[in-house]
Design a protein around this ligand. Structure first.
Ligand SMILES: Nc1ncnc2c1ncn2[C@@H]1O[C@H](COP(=O)(O)OP(=O)(O)OP(=O)(O)O)[C@@H](O)[C@H]1O
Ligand SMILES: [Mg+2]
Length: 239
């Protein structure tokens, strides 16, 4: 496989076309951002870590029969994936109270386990600050259909079960995560984008220590963030 043209550069990844129109390459950068891109830094080695953690987790999902875009790693920071027609929705699944959800609903205690997993849709739009969508909003905006929204939710819950089990075996609590789904050539939904410490919250089951991007959001230094990402790499890929 060879990189052809850069077709998009996002905040944390560069997308390249390949000779095969159905395949693209996602190259993970060392950049880290928060607050919809208003805070940004470079964490040396982060691209390699997120690429390996993502590839490990996509492989785990595929092993459990969950469709994803993952094909293979092409080098230490780059992943060959099926090109999908991406749904412009950030799907969030929550198992424990944290982040924005904790701020919006103070009647739930931070860190409390929800009685069942919660799936939420947000519009993928930095300019608008990723507003929360009801299913009717998503349909009205033409982002998805009623049937696809249902399938997206069911797929998200399957991913949640798989990742929760995988993380529990590594003494980690999967607090919440964000997914981006897309449609493949035959219209089937697949898990796209990335699966790593940038898009999920993971707490050590015993100590409660945070092993995800929240350490950066809360002001940790570049060296501290590097250490946390390295620790997660060892737990997820190394173990
Ligand atoms: N399999 C896929 N096919 C097509 N596009 C994909 C696929 N997987 C991920 N993408 C898109 O590739 C881009 C990855 O780049 P990156 O994540 O850096 O962008 P981004 O900066 O997050 O964009 P945004 O800022 O809106 O999130 C995203 O726009 C993502 O939706
Ligand atoms: Mg992104």
């Amino acid at each position: 496989v060879c990189f052809q043209r850069k077709i998009w550069e996002g905040k944390t990844k560069i997308v390249f076309s390949t000779k095969d129109p159905n395949l693209i390459i996602l190259k993970f950068k060392d950049d880290i951002t928060a607050l919809d891109g208003k805070k940004r830094d470079v964490i040396p080695g982060k691209g390699r870590i997120n690429a390996s953690v993502s590839s490990k987790l996509f492989t785990e999902l595929e092993r459990r029969g969950i469709l994803t875009h993952f094909v293979k790693m092409v080098n230490s920071t780059s992943m060959l994936v099926r090109k999908l027609d991406m749904i412009k929705i950030e799907i969030v699944c929550r198992n424990y109270v944290a982040g924005q959800f904790a701020r919006r609903f103070p009647m739930f205690k931070e860190g409390a386990k929800l009685s069942r997993p919660l799936v939420e849709f947000y519009l993928k739009s930095d300019e608008l600050g990723d507003p929360l969508l009801t299913e009717d909003h998503a349909i009205l905006l033409g982002l998805t259909s009623r049937g696809e929204a249902l399938r997206a939710k069911a797929l998200t819950l399957r991913v949640n079960e798989a990742l929760t089990t995988f993380m529990a075996e590594r003494n980690l609590k999967l607090v919440d995560f964000k997914l981006e789904l897309g449609r493949d050539g035959s219209g089937k939904l697949r898990v796209g984008d990335e699966l790593d410490a940038d898009c999920m919250r993971l707490w050590d089951s015993e100590t409660g220590n945070v092993l995800d991007k929240d350490v950066y959001r809360k002001g940790a230094s570049v060296a501290e963030v590097q250490k946390i990402y390295g620790e997660l790499y060892r737990r997820v890929v190394g173990g």
